[in-house]
Design a protein around this ligand. Sequence first.
Ligand SMILES: [Zn+2]
Length: 161
Amino acid sequence: MKPDDTYNLAVQVLDEYIATGKLRRTHERYIILRQICNFPAQFTAEQLQLLCTKELAVSRATIYNTLQLLLDASLLISYPLYAGSKTTCYELCIKKNSRMYFRCSQCGRVVEFEDKSISSLVKNRRYSNFVPTNLSLYVFGTCKVCRRQSKRGGNKNSNSI
Ligand SMILES: [Zn+2]
């Protein structure tokens, strides 16, 4: 899905949610939503605020309030950055029930990939105490660029993408 298509779809969902809840339709909320739709993967509230300040000055409170609204509208999912972390990550979950990424542990680069066998495995699996709705998978390792750099330094790493 192109970023514009994703944004248009997200706007439909948000418009409907705002109309149903008789909430305010503010300009800031839509600018924040557009930035999220343009962002490829997970993000934190701080990263989102940095992206948005290119277009308009938004307070941290506006960012958090809008993130909560988008979570309530089921446009986002949130989870800790890593197990036990106090930093919350957010991710767009519109019309796409599975997202998979390679994430380089050295440079932080994130590349989206698709593996239908993994998504169908989770989709078809029955869990006794849990009903899965979305899949978000991060495979950590070392990207091609970092692997090349570490090889030059004579340090071979077998855990790479
Ligand atoms: Zn890397």
